[in-house]
Ligand binder design. Structure first.
Ligand SMILES: O=P(O)(O)O[C@@H]1[C@H](O)[C@H](OP(=O)(O)O)[C@@H](O)[C@H](O)[C@H]1O
Ligand SMILES: [Zn+2]
Ligand SMILES: [Zn+2]
Length: 225
């Protein structure tokens, strides 16, 4: 079954990074994030699928792949952070910096800088800071760190909680009462209590995704006000 799921992520990754795309395919990108968050696929496998697409010669495909990686880092939490903040991945990313033309190269440098800033107080991700330092010593110039990026990044999408009853109305889940998750708070709800959807800019989610009623109020009240 995991092989099936892995091939599903591979085809979503190819769809989200197709050379035929004229702009990022947010639906496919967020579908990949959902698969990872639902633990339907190993983060390690999803990252290796994106690495393959970043390494592709075609700069459009590589750019879309870097943007998929950015969304995964923003939305899938520590399972992805742990896969990217590794020697192997950082070696791969440094190689790509020296191989890719702009704007792919600039995007990679921007991400390394944003991630180094976002994880500046997390020693287990020190390798990202070290990579930034090495690239600066190698003479790469970095875009000025956009505060918005760093702020976005500090708001990491919450891990999804599990449970047998709806967090809001306490109904018991079952065959005819399926579990659903709110993308904003990560809590688990019945269909009735999570029937609304909205975008979540702070997590970089630009398309409408399922949220619970209280989060819908919070997110739309701010936006609407
Ligand atoms: O319908 P199921 O086979 O139970 O699967 C559930 C759906 O995939 C839900 O997606 P959704 O939140 O987008 O509805 C997800 O939140 C739950 O964790 C899964 O258990
Ligand atoms: Zn409910
Ligand atoms: Zn919620």
């Amino acid at each position: 079954l995991s092989a099936l799921r892995q091939s599903v992520v591979l085809c979503w990754t190819e769809k989200a990074t197709s050379q035929l795309l004229l702009e990022p395919d947010w639906d496919s990108t967020l579908q990949i994030c959902d698969y990872i968050r639902q633990c339907d696929v190993q983060a390690r496998y999803a990252v290796s699928a994106v690495m393959k697409r970043i390494a592709v010669e075609n700069p459009h495909v590589a750019m879309f792949a870097v943007q998929v990686l950015e969304a995964m880092m923003k939305n899938c939490g520590s399972v992805i952070h742990n896969e990217v903040a590794t020697r192997d991945f950082m070696e791969f990313f440094k190689e790509q910096v020296n191989r890719k033309p702009d704007p792919v190269k600039g995007k990679i440098l921007e991400l390394i800088q944003v991630w180094a800033h976002a994880f500046r107080n997390e020693p287990q991700y020190k390798i990202i800071q070290d990579t930034l330092t090495i690239l600066k010593v190698e003479g790469h110039s970095f875009p000025s760190l956009r505060v918005a990026d760093a702020m976005f990044f500090s708001e990491k999408a919450p891990e999804w909680k599990d449970g047998e009853t709806c967090q809001h109305c306490r109904v018991q889940f079952g065959t005819f009462n399926r579990k659903h998750h709110c993308r904003a708070c990560g809590n688990i709800f019945c269909a009735r209590c999570s029937a609304k959807s909205t975008i979540i800019p702070k997590f970089g989610i630009e398309k409408e995704v399922r949220v619970c009623d209280p989060c819908f109020e919070d997110l739309t009240k701010q936006g609407g006000a």
